[in-house]
Design a protein around this ligand. Structure first.
Ligand SMILES: NC(=O)c1ccc[n+]([C@@H]2O[C@H](COP(=O)([O-])OP(=O)(O)OC[C@H]3O[C@@H](n4cnc5c(N)ncnc54)[C@H](OP(=O)(O)O)[C@@H]3O)[C@@H](O)[C@H]2O)c1
Length: 269
């Protein structure tokens, strides 16, 4: 499969989380996307699972005001969401095609630059699915195919040779196998997109200072595995940007000042 055409900046902005909820105003999401683009970010990542399509709609609104040809737009397929806990997965060819078509409508684009399969199990990577993805690629629905996942669940996808990009956690607590997997992918020419750069333990709870913080609070109240650790947001970004095999570090925020700090880190390294 061909390599991504549009530029991949060192830092990418994720339109996710609270940006898919009424806790953040649409206009505030759009203003942050515009700020990101004006500060040199070309990569914008979203997914139908973020706010049941609302995050994609917001990115689509922002794209109308920006130069689409300079931006690397990414979305995902295979997972949909309904509220904070209701997630449904479907990697059947029909579901993936329907998902991609709906995403393009919400984003208001003919095609995205990178389409990620959103955490597929090895058994879901069927020849029928790849055949349908080839059709969608030929029709211009996406430029290159990526896989988003964690640890060993990525192995089957990476061994298939069908993916040109991988999205995975890159934080100070990943083990040597996780780092080696991504380093190898990079050597083989895949683009590596880093997520969850501060760690995989829940963030420390603090009193909400904005409506958007209620989203963080709600997430922190969900029970889940304790994770391996967490560092500060800026320390995590700095460490991920410093890894030579990472092409793009994804971050998200609801605060313009945090976005400016992340941009400054990415420019410095
Ligand atoms: N499986 C997947 O496909 C998957 C999973 C996770 C993420 N992603 C992608 O990766 C993107 C990034 O997500 P992430 O989970 O890795 O998020 P992240 O950027 O590591 O963390 C986001 C959180 O950190 C806070 N934050 C950001 N900058 C900060 C700063 N300078 N100081 C203090 N707090 C700060 C934000 O809150 P404030 O609003 O207060 O700044 C937000 O709650 C997502 O948007 C998405 O596109 C994909």
């Amino acid at each position: 499969m061909s390599q991504p055409q549009r530029p991949v900046s060192r830092l990418g902005f994720g339109v996710s989380g609270a940006h898919g909820t009424p806790l953040v105003r649409r206009t505030d999401t759009i203003a942050l996307i515009e700020q990101a683009a004006s500060q040199g970010i070309t990569v914008f990542d979203t997914a139908p699972a973020y706010g049941n399509g609302e995050a994609e709609r917001r990115l689509g609104s922002a794209l109308k005001r920006l130069d689409r040809d300079r931006l690397h737009v990414m979305t995902k397929a295979g997972l949909t969401s309904h509220g904070l806990v209701g997630r449904r997965r479907d990697f059947s060819p029909d579901a993936i095609e329907a998902s991609v078509r709906a995403s393009l409508t919400r984003l208001g684009v003919d095609g995205v630059d990178t389409l990620f399969l959103h955490g597929p199990d090895p058994a879901e990577l069927t020849p029928d699915l790849f055949g349908r993805l080839d059709d969608l690629h030929r029709a211009g629905a996406f430029g290159v195919l990526g896989v988003a996942g964690r640890g060993g669940e990525l192995d089957a996808a990476l061994a298939s040779g069908r993916f040109a990009a991988v999205m995975a956690p890159v934080h100070p607590f990943i083990d040597s196998d996780e780092a080696a997997r991504l380093r190898t992918a990079s050597r083989r020419g895949l683009k590596v997109f880093a997520i969850e750069t501060a760690g995989d333990s829940p963030a420390r709870r603090s009193p909400p200072r904005s409506a958007a913080d209620l989203y963080k609070l709600a997430r922190s109240l969900r029970s889940g595995p304790p994770g391996r650790g967490r560092t500060g947001a800026l320390e995590g970004l700095t460490a991920a940007c410093g890894r030579g095999w990472v092409d793009c570090v994804l971050t998200t925020t609801t605060r313009p000042v945090h976005l400016a700090q992340a941009v400054a880190i990415a420019k410095r390294l």
